[in-house]
Design a protein around this ligand. Structure first.
Ligand code: TYM
Length: 331
């Protein structure tokens, strides 16, 4: 079986972007692959270092993984900081990662632009830690959303560079994976770009949002006065709502509203109502499970412990072999 690795940063509750870009694929992949799904708490320290929030944020991701249907008996679910071998591999890979290539990463440039007062080395070397996450289990498939594509390219670069330097074929090449025809980018509700945790509460629909909250958010989503001629191309905020409908609703529903738009008969109120109801249908069962699982700390402790053991077993094997390739020997 091929090995799969993916993770989500512990920076808050999961939204529909995380679900359709990543977690939905995780759930489907666990039957066909040897899967490792983790909570990227070390990565979250680059932007979310507040000690009082850390544990709660880790818990959100753990609970929501389980509530989405990831089976801890089938997949290895673990917390990144429970596996120190990842940090060790990160150190080795850092010796071969160049400033220039790290500075050119678009996510680094975005972070610098968003927060010029906190350009820490962890942000710069973020893609190296991500490569370590993937290479530690020698994974070949990485289910992620569109925004992570460049990071996967960098993971291949670092793995290949290690192989060249030590004259080995040790690390296989990891590729971004999705079951849909292309990597998913779920737009937000603000009319501008992707759904994200940092773009403001109203921009994202969370798996744990109750039906009323979802209806309110969707009804307030940015739209416009409606098409002014037939078969008009859609302006960005409208296209975004259609893209959202494409991920949450049936193809018939989407085709119905496309048709109304093209005939200039669309009423955005009805369109949004339908979109909200379809979001509620997908999220409602998960929301119930989130509320239940979050109460069961004993179960969560057991899942995290079991996952850490399994992940460390795989990671320790890799680190032992990597140390030997690098040339460390015992006296
Ligand atoms: P993060 O925590 O930002 O997001 C987690 C996953 O959700 C996907 N995603 C989206 N997909 C589609 N549309 C959106 N609007 C959207 N927003 C988020 C992301 O693509 C991602 O798959 N660097 C990673 C975490 C990470 C990782 C790894 C992933 C660390 N190490 C190793 C895979 C393998 C990140 O910041 O994801």
């Amino acid at each position: 079986k091929e090995t799969v690795v993916s993770g989500i940063r512990s920076t808050g509750k999961l939204h529909l972007g995380n679900y359709y870009g990543a977690v939905k694929n995780f759930v489907q992949m666990q039957n066909d692959y040897n899967c490792y799904f983790f909570i990227a708490d070390l990565h979250s320290l680059t932007t979310h270092p507040t000690p009082a929030d850390l544990h709660g944020n880790i818990k959100h991701v753990l609970v929501e993984y389980l509530a989405s249907g990831i089976d801890p008996e089938n997949s290895t679910i673990y917390i990144q900081s429970d596996v120190p071998e990842i940090a060790e591999l990160y150190l080795y890979l850092n010796m071969n990662a160049y400033m220039g290539e790290l500075e050119r990463s678009t996510s680094f440039k975005d972070k610098v632009r968003a927060n010029p007062d906190n350009v820490n080395a962890g942000l710069l070397t973020y893609p190296v830690l991500m490569a370590a996450d993937i290479l530690i289990h020698k994974a070949t498939k990485v289910p992620v959303g569109k925004d992570q594509e460049q990071h996967l390219e960098m993971a291949r670069t670092f793995g290949n560079r290690f192989n060249r330097l030590y004259n080995t074929e040790y690390f296989p090449e990891p590729y971004a994976f999705t079951y849909s025809d292309k990597l998913v980018k779920v737009p937000g509700l603000d009319g501008k770009g992707k759904m994200g945790k940092s773009e403001g509460e109203a921009n994202a629909v969370y798996l744990s949002d109750d039906p009323e909250t979802i209806r309110k958010k969707v009804m307030k989503a940015v739209s416009d006065g409606g098409p002014t001629e037939e078969n008009q191309p859609k302006p960005e905020p409208i296209q975004n709502l259609f893209d959202l409908m494409k991920v949450v609703s049936s193809t018939d529903t989407l085709a119905h509203f496309e048709d109304l738009y093209n005939k200039m008969q669309i009423r955005y109120g009805d369109f949004k109502k339908q979109l909200a109801e379809d979001m509620i249908i997908t999220t409602a069962p998960m929301r119930e499970r989130i509320l239940d699982i979050a109460k069961d700390d004993a179960y969560l402790r057991q899942v995290a412990k079991h996952g850490a053991l399994k992940a460390r077993e795989s990671a320790q094997k890799t680190i032992k072999e990597v140390r030997s390739l690098i040339g460390f020997k015992s006296f």
